[in-house]
Design a protein around this ligand. Structure first.
Ligand SMILES: [Zn+2]
Length: 233
């Protein structure tokens, strides 16, 4: 069997090259999905170690957030852009799972994380979920839930509005675009809970703000935020 494997390996690799989703170089036999170099040189924010970090400051003017952190900075053309693209548009859920696990592992000793009751990915609208086939933030959340040994919920909050692309809108338009975009379907699931809201990338923070505002209407709730990437506006 080993002989057969070794014999066919070069042909197999020629037909199905295993390349890193971040940089495109061929993966070594002990690597999977993302190469060691990409993982080592990820531009980490380490926001979880900084009190009143830039992400917390960004969200503080928008809504009432307990804590906020991001795994790494979003740099255009960098590995993280390729990884997020692969996750979102090529449906490579393994990217979300792997980075989510590493993100979770990085934060397992953070004190405020111990206080989190529930992990929740930013939901997609029904139409978008149908078109994309899966929620990319859910893959990240699954990885984090696994590393942190915390429960995840995807039913309590739903997205009612299929918001159009935010990129060409003014700040005011973006905010009005997000109003009433979310709805709490099962308030009893989240009452008195500290929820960690998870998204792939934070840019303006409008989506996270709208979702947090909806959750915070339920008595006793608190919201913290974690995203894989932090884009500097
Ligand atoms: Zn790589």
């Amino acid at each position: 069997m080993l002989l057969v494997e070794n014999y066919f390996k070069p042909i197999y690799h020629l037909l199905f090259p295993h390349v890193c989703n971040g940089c495109g170089t061929e993966l070594l036999s002990n690597e999977k999905t993302i190469c060691t170099t990409c993982l080592s040189f990820m531009p980490k924010t380490n926001f979880h170690l900084i009190i009143n970090n830039p992400m917390e400051q960004k969200m503080a003017v928008r809504t009432r957030i307990e804590n906020a952190t991001a795994y790494c900075y979003f740099n255009k053309g960098g590995a993280i852009q390729h990884l997020l693209h692969g996750l979102k548009y090529q449906r490579k859920q393994e990217i979300g799972l792997l980075l989510g696990r590493r993100f979770g592992k990085q934060m397992e000793d953070v004190r405020w994380l111990q206080d989190i009751d529930l992990l929740m990915p930013i939901p997609l609208s029904k139409q978008k979920l149908k078109a994309r086939g899966f929620n990319q933030s859910e893959s990240i959340t699954l990885g984090m839930a696994d590393a942190l040994n915390k429960p995840m919920d995807t039913a309590a909050v739903i997205r009612t509005k299929n918001t159009a692309s935010q990129t060409n809108k003014t700040r005011a338009e973006r905010i009005s675009n997000m109003t009433d975009a979310f709805l709490v379907a099962y308030p009893e699931f989240i009452r008195n809970k500290h929820i960690l809201l998870i998204d792939d990338v934070i840019t303006t923070g409008a989506t996270l703000e709208a979702c947090a505002d909806t959750i915070l209407k339920i008595p006793g709730t608190r919201v913290s935020i974690a995203t894989l990437a932090y884009a500097v506006e």
